[in-house]
Design a protein around this ligand. Structure first.
Ligand SMILES: O=P(O)(O)OC[C@@H](O)CO
Ligand SMILES: [Mg+2]
Length: 283
């Protein structure tokens, strides 16, 4: 199916989106894309997400790089390990690893960097573990995460987490954020028995949809918030809507099939998806 990308300035969003798409949208050459300064929407066709947004009833959050600012820890330790081999860690490799189960991303790391003869995926995981264990308890929230989670919970919208992180890392990363995560109806982890394959497989998102009250919830009633290309693809493979909040350093050619691309969770407008509007300003 042909995919057209549309861009517009957020200030134009005063009346229903569908009208604006028809009258105010314009496309820009790729060179003019500025991912951190504009809100991007991707429309699969004229009957795509805009008409379906009014039906959203449930929300799934990714964790690393979306709720928690933890991707930087992985980047740091991977840079340290590669430096030992006189190699540098870049964002094209980062993009392939992020969002995946640790065993899967470890394999990608040693193979893509050409160090698999010297370091096995298992040894890589052992080497980075002691560094990560010190870093994870210092995890901080991403901008807008607390505001959006608290808002949806207060309005009675069922919310949950679907992460590639396994149980032990989840506990370390959320040590300082127990109260916020307690607002989630449930959390599906990467080492959950129902998650046979990591993102971009839909497993973690389908398990998340199954576990809501009255589940399984129809995927076209669900938005997934993601930062990683594999996560966006996984959400789409599950038949859900994907709102991507990518790191500014991620190449825009890797945004993939995201339905909406935001600079930050602070830019999310619940009303556009038929969710209860904010009553206050995000802080
Ligand atoms: O699915 P998320 O929460 O991004 O976790 C993946 C993580 O283990 C590293 O990228
Ligand atoms: Mg993530």
């Amino acid at each position: 199916m042909a995919v057209t990308r549309f861009f517009w300035q957020p200030v134009a969003l005063a009346s229903p989106i569908s009208n604006h798409l028809k009258s105010f949208c314009f496309s820009l050459p790729k060179t003019l894309e500025t991912p951190r300064t504009k809100i991007h929407f991707k429309m699969a066709n004229s009957a795509g997400p805009v008409s379906a947004r009014g039906l959203i009833t449930h929300v799934i959050f990714d964790m690393d790089g979306l709720i928690l600012d933890t991707e930087k820890f992985y980047t740091e330790v991977q840079e340290i390990i590669l430096a030992r081999f006189n190699k540098t860690f870049d964002w094209s490799l980062k993009a392939k690893m992020m969002g995946k189960k640790s065993t899967e991303s470890a394999k990608i790391f040693v193979e893509e960097t050409g160090i698999s003869d010297s370091l096995t995926p298992e040894d890589f995981l052992i080497e980075r573990e002691s560094m990560l264990q010190k870093m994870f308890p210092t995890s901080e929230l991403m901008p807008g995460a607390s505001h959006l989670i608290r808002h949806l919970h207060a309005k009675g919208i069922p919310i949950c987490v679907a992460t590639g992180s396994h149980k032990r890392h989840f506990a370390l990363k959320t040590q300082q954020h127990g109260e916020l995560f307690s607002l989630m109806h449930h959390v599906v982890l990467g080492d959950d028995p129902e998650v046979k394959k990591g993102k971009p497989s839909p497993d973690v998102f389908l398990a998340a949809a199954n576990r809501f009250e009255g589940g399984p919830i129809n995927p076209d009633k669900i938005i997934v918030f993601e930062d990683a290309p594999a996560g966006v693809q996984g959400a789409k493979n599950a038949g859900m809507f994907a709102v991507m909040v990518p790191d500014a350093r991620l190449d825009s050619s890797l945004y993939g099939p995201a339905d909406q691309i935001l600079n930050s969770l602070l830019d999310f407008n619940p009303s556009e998806w038929g969710l209860p509007p904010f009553e206050d300003e995000a802080s």
